[in-house]
Design a protein around this ligand. Structure first.
Ligand code: CP
Length: 335
């Protein structure tokens, strides 16, 4: 395995964060490439320490209490933040705003009041997942408390982009000139939006393939000066181009009633199956942020492909999120 930005794991005790590390992490654009490189070094060091000692370094010395405020459902993001906080020596408090039952959302309390209610209890940081109906960016501008975006509507999922790229860099020495292909429901994917901000800064090339209704808005929203996106008509042309393939979940819950999505047409043209391995480069990586709709984006037999790295992505989510929290709350030497 090649280790690049995340590579030199033994350095972490000497690492100190750039004092300009932002107070909150709302979008990938909040971090410079050198800050991301430092973050990945820390994540790699925590991972290496865990592999040697089966525990994290206790980087949180003052037992910070971190509130997880999730207005939308989550398995990976929630649990990886919880594991990271617990293993670093902090405490987390989870607010389940997705099911509504058990909180005052059921009595009609607003999302805004809920956010400020939790904020008033003075956690050391808040990790927030929300839909488009809560303005996370505006709320974060009104406080000095560190706020972490754990998935914001269709806008952004910056920690997912970080952990994906950290995982890519465990296999590739650099992303410069590499081709990253997104398949499927790109227009509803906050994961893809965060990647499209960050990948061009790492000099990677972005490609998309999927039904026109899921790609056209992404291409038309391109702003002046933004990176080129290569579009492909079909998997036969797209897959051999890619160094990294990211399958995206079809986000049925975000589709408006007008979208004429046909599951049958989708699976016929864009579903990835084991047989597609023959179209992939030998060293290509196959990712999915999860959750997967098995039988839609992927057939279960893709798990047999050597390219399939989804479980490694999930595992790295804990290390990358731990490094992020340390950088936001520790802001100093990790010794
Ligand atoms: N990838 C991701 O965000 O998964 P969860 O919705 O389970 O957190």
């Amino acid at each position: 395995m090649t280790k690049a930005m995340g590579g030199d794991y033994c350095l972490f005790l000497m690492t100190s964060f750039d004092s300009s590390f932002p107070p909150s992490f709302l979008t990938t654009a909040d971090l410079s490439i050198s800050q991301i490189s430092e973050l990945f070094k820390t994540a790699g060091s925590i991972k290496s320490h865990f592999q040697k000692h089966q525990q994290f370094p206790r980087l949180f010395t003052n037992n910070p209490v971190i509130a997880l405020l999730f207005f939308e459902a989550s398995t990976r993001t929630r649990l990886s933040f919880e594991m990271a906080i617990n293993r670093l020596g902090g405490t987390c408090t989870f607010f389940d705003g997705a099911s509504k039952e058990g909180s005052s959302l059921i009595k009609g309390e607003t999302l805004d009041d809920t956010f400020w209610t939790v904020h008033s209890m003075m956690p050391n940081a808040m990790v927030v997942r929300c839909g488009d109906d809560f303005n996370l960016l505006s709320a974060s501008q009104k406080t000095e408390m560190p706020i972490v975006n754990a998935g914001f509507g269709t806008h952004s999922h910056p920690t997912q982009a970080l952990l994906d790229i950290f995982t890519m860099l465990e296999f590739l020495p650099s992303l410069e000139g590499k081709h990253v292909l997104f398949i499927g429901d790109i227009s509803h994917s906050r994961v893809a939006m965060s990647h499209m901000e960050l990948l061009p800064r790492l000099k990677a090339k972005v490609g998309v393939v999927g039904p026109k209704e899921f790609t056209s808005s992404v291409l038309s929203n391109k702003t002046e000066g933004s990176a080129e996106i290569t579009t492909f008509e079909n998997l036969k042309d797209a897959l051999p181009w890619a160094d990294v393939v990211i399958g995206l979940r079809i986000q049925f819950e975000r589709h408006g009633s007008k979208e004429g999505f046909s599951l049958e047409t989708y699976t016929q043209h864009y579903q990835i199956q084991k047989r597609h391995g023959s179209l992939l480069k030998k060293e290509a990586l196959l990712f999915h942020p999860g959750p997967v709709n098995w039988g839609v984006e992927f057939l279960p037999d893709v798990r047999e492909l050597p390219h399939f790295k989804m479980w490694q992505q999930k595992q790295n989510g804990v290390f990358v999120r731990a490094a992020l929290l340390q950088s936001l709350l520790g802001k100093g030497k990790m010794s």
